[in-house]
Design a protein around this ligand. Structure first.
Ligand code: 13P
Length: 249
């Protein structure tokens, strides 16, 4: 039985002051005490150092939204795995469709980043997903299986097994158009079968996940939680989403 996992992805939202206020309020939410769901928050780089001491020893893990593959070097604007490890960042989102689209992220760079994260004890949360066009052409599974195999090419199965996958259909991100639980489960089953090492890995759904649809998603065999954008930005809806993700287990 895989434990449900909800990771908030704040994207480019929240100053340090906003991030710390949010986390204090989240930790004080009484219903978080139930403990049935693992929780992480992927904050902007600027907020990580401030959040680390607040989250230390709590139920909420710290996550980053991206990183570079090199240990250090002349990479202006980038952040390395050792920098994140020093802040006790537990997870890093890699391969999100936004850096794939806006920052030239490729399957090859994602592969290098996964290796670097693993080498520093940070768990990659690897995102895959098809475009609207690929979806409408019936090529979603082909696309995500390709992305999954490319992301993990040449990586040892025992390392692949440590990773978390997020299936995020691009057409569902921020659009309010959630993928049906049945379709997401079907596609996510194909991702799980893409590599034998993923048979017990946690696979999250992302794309307009909300408190009112997450229980139905998490009730499906291949859906182990959610990677949440918009609904992770305010405490009340995020707590409700976490509670409902736990209720389906
Ligand atoms: P939304 O939940 O806002 O659709 O964003 C999903 C996402 O991209 C999480 O990484």
């Amino acid at each position: 039985m895989r434990r449900p996992f909800v990771c908030g992805n704040w994207k480019m939202h929240k100053t340090i002051a906003e991030a710390t206020a949010f986390v204090h309020e989240l930790l004080a939410a009484p219903s978080l005490g139930a403990g049935a769901v693992d929780i992480a928050i992927a904050a902007p780089f600027t907020a990580l150092a401030a959040l680390e001491p607040i989250l230390a020893g709590s139920r909420i893990a710290l996550a980053a939204q991206n990183m570079h593959w090199a240990e250090s070097g002349a990479y202006t604007g980038e952040i390395s795995a050792p920098m994140l490890a020093e802040l006790r960042v537990r997870y890093v989102i890699l391969g999100h469709s936004e850096p794939r689209e806006y920052l030239g992220e490729t399957d090859a760079s994602i592969n290098k980043k996964i290796r670097a994260a693993l080498a520093h004890g940070i768990t990659p949360l690897v995102a895959v997903g098809e475009t609207q066009e690929e979806h409408d052409a019936g090529r979603a599974i082909e696309r995500v299986v390709h992305q999954t195999r490319a992301a993990f090419a040449g990586i040892a199965p025992h390392d692949v097994a440590k990773c978390v996958i997020a299936y995020e259909p691009i057409w569902a991100i921020g659009s309010g158009r959630v993928c049906t639980a049945e379709e997401a489960n079907h596609t996510m089953g194909a991702i799980r079968e893409a590599l034998p090492a993923l048979c017990d890995a946690r696979i999250l759904y992302g794309g307009s996940a909300k408190a009112d649809n997450v229980a139905g998603l998490c009730a499906m065999e291949n859906i182990d939680g959610a990677l949440v954008g918009g609904a992770s930005l305010t405490v009340g809806p995020f707590v409700d989403l976490i509670t409902n993700a736990g209720s389906s287990s």
